[in-house]
Ligand binder design. Sequence first.
Ligand code: 87F
Length: 510
Amino acid sequence: MATKSSNVATKPTKPAKKKEVKKETKLGMAVKKDDNFGEWYSEVVVNSEMIEYYDISGCYILRPQAISIWETLQAFFDPEIKKMGIKNAYFPLFVTENVLQKEKDHIEGFAPEVAWVTKSGKSELEVPIAIRPTSETVMYPYFAKWIRGHRDLPLKLNQWCNVVRWEFSNPTPFIRSREFLWQEGHTAFATKEEADQEVLEILELYRRVYEEYLAIPVIKGKKSELEKFAGGLYTTSVEAFIPHTGRGIQGATSHCLGQNFAKMFQINFEDDKGGKGMVWQNSWAYSTRTIGVMVMVHGDDKGLVLPPKVASVQVVVIPVPYKDADTTAIKAVCESTANELNAAGMRADLDTRENYSPGWKYSHWEMKGVPLRIEIGPRDLEKSQARIVRRDNGAKIDVPMAELVEKVQEILTSIQENLFNTAKEKRDACIEVVHTWDEFMAALNNKKLILAPWCDEEEVEKDVKARTKADQGAAKTLCSPFDQPELPSGTVCFASGKPAKKWTYWGRSY
Ligand code: 87F
């Protein structure tokens, strides 16, 4: 990590024992994913040039490598929600204490995380102003103003913005940061049916973000009463899993808020018969956490591994000059190859830098996660071929120049599929079905994603939390999958012995 000047922030935790790495270039990964996952993760996000640490704990610089992925996800999601009739808006970053406190009940638990502005220059503000941790209280007073009659419904808004939650536990780039980027959708309907339907439509888009773009398998399901958004009626989510740490991670949430906020903010409307109605609301969000999950799931000991669909550079072309071979000709072929790939709609880059060796460049682009590299040397030139090397499995393939564009396209598709399939195999290998408390504890200690029959009682979940509390955190419910295996009658809850109502995923989580 760079330590050029004293005001450049370095990661605050203690550095891992560094293995020998080339000093002059700092190339390569010092920590292995299996040896120290936390250190490995920090090293990947920094070395791949996605993240730079900042001098405020829990705040990170998102470099172009990270933002380009965010933009790709945005380029998928934004048109999809527009097709659903959702419009983008932008509400202010600040909220008064008065308004924030309006939904006391649910804000109570979150209060310690709210950051406040108390001064301008040297003078105290008359009233402190909060920085939005989420925008319900910012938006809903205006929903109440804008919604008058049934013709004003549905009102469907989204905003792309930053939010601030002053977390105190274990800040981690992308996964848990004090400021992060997200989209937050807020919608209001005349009927519950419309709201219910949208909850699932949005959840399906979140599944596609993870599975189609980030190549990460997720489980769609419903949160328990304890884990749902307290201000809402019910919460659905997509849940991912990190096999290396044995932790679940909530990928995105889509809530039906019911009429709770409508009551608090008096969001009423006159229905088509002249009667009074109260709106049904939803809210939903995914954040830059998506990128962290991608790094954790696909990254390896060489660094980042990017799914082709989100890679800003999908292919890097590297000339491999040799002794007195015709370097000019090699470079010319590399350049025309990159041009052809770009013309065919792929994202190719060319690395002709002369102050780095081909070997150095291989490691460099591997660390940055580029899905494919093409090497062209004198022998390739002679045979009119190129060597393609896959980032996901290291396979080397010699391809005739005439077939290159078509072949590269094909391999990129295959990498995208392979990353998803591999991640799914690993995830599935961690799923363990348990029926008893002893089986549950054994699975938990084995870092499993646990599927258990549950009585669905809040007290029992609290009890499981209390009984599993340890340094690594307590076990909790992740979700009850929509896709429910059969529950034979007479099946009992693994924790309480009462009749089981459903299958639920449990585990430690982020
Ligand atoms: C932290 C401080 C203050 C989460 C908080 O999930 C308030 C909150 O309301 C808070 N952390 N939440 C819940 C957010 C719920 C909801 N908001 C809109 C979403 C989706 C987008």
